[in-house]
Design a protein around this ligand. Sequence first.
Ligand code: XLS
Ligand code: CA
Ligand code: CA
Length: 441
Amino acid sequence: MAEIFQSLSKVHFEGAESKNPLAFKYYNPDRVILGKKMSEHLPFAMAWWHNLCATGTDMFGPGTADKSFGAEPGTMAHARAKVDAGFEFMQKLGVRYFCFHDVDLVPEAATIDQTNARLDEITDYILEKMKGTDIRCLWGTANMFSNPRFMNGAGSSNSVDVFCHAAAQIKKALECTVKLGGRGYVFWGGREGYETLMNTDMKFEQENIAALMRMAVEYGRSIGFTGDFYIEPKPKEPMKHQYDFDAATAIGFLRYYGLDKDFKMNIEANHATLAGHTFQHDLRVSAVNGMLGSVDANTGDLLLGWDTDEFPYNVYDTTLCMYEVLKAGGLTGGFNFDAKTRRSSYTFEDMFQAFVLGMDTFALGLIKAAAIIEDGRVDEFVNNRYASYRDTEIGRKIRAGQASLSECAAVASQNGAPALPGSGRQEYLESVMNQILFGQA
Ligand code: XLS
Ligand code: CA
Ligand code: CA
């Protein structure tokens, strides 16, 4: 099979002094950080849709990038060419995982049975390509938002036929995920939300989404899927209001419907910021609830109110992300670059450059997060901030869940007006972070 990215060779680590645009400056897969290799801390994944399918189309104009890879788009020959391109790309970058929607892999046919036959064919081909490589599937999912049938959602659709079609797609996408050995299966809300409550029965729709998820869990487990199901929260876009607004909302939903044992969160940076949170916030909410599963590693533009899916470049953000991930003991999933090059970055070299940027930005984040932990000043400050709960009898009782309101009130009478609770020292902590990030200037 002919080489597709002919002028682009394997990307190597050359170190921080290198000026080679297509070399890693910080991502050194074998470097050990806190007892583990970088490559183990950072299971990077390629998103089939952005990297192999998206051409840069936007609301104002057509695509700018040629992703035909020598085949006619919309054909099975093209589907196979994308597999060839994807594997060559991942091998050249040292990316070990991929993520897919069903319709990223093959063009949708007239009937679900025909589409499924195409999926059988392509997953056979992918399996063949996986042999002899260390490339694996991170997660699969079904696209239940692009086809017009899903205009009112999938599980939340007013039409039972659409619901059943969604179920059929999930069933097949789960089978493909299991066949490819996927670590996880994602539910991103797609159009599960609403435009106006004037036409919407919210409770009915949420019950149906939960029912669809329950069916997916039952079926997945019955065919040997042992990985995690994920909800990927997002507050808006395409719908005005999406039901999986943020991690806290999605976790509450999962608990209410008894799905929390099978599901974790797939947190996307750009979605967290659209919800008005920092990336770190949604990671922390997931982690403290024992549900931090996987990460969609991109960034938005805070000056724009939509989902720009940019490659991450902000080292503060990735440092705080990796701080959360290290503190949580790592991910069961990985770091999926759900990101696309800008419309005017339309060359194959730009695709390579984008991954070099993303992987280096996360590698730097990992190095700096480990440095924050080893430095200890931040953790020590936080630990000391709550010392009064350890150092007093009433504090210990409150923490043990053994104090009553009257006992607390008695302490308040006895101690008189509390002193100010101590400075939060935010400015000090931010300067510690700068010192750790930049060291000697
Ligand atoms: C869209 C989502 C989507 C999911 C997978 O905003 O990020 O791409 O990751 O369906
Ligand atoms: Ca996104
Ligand atoms: Ca995503």
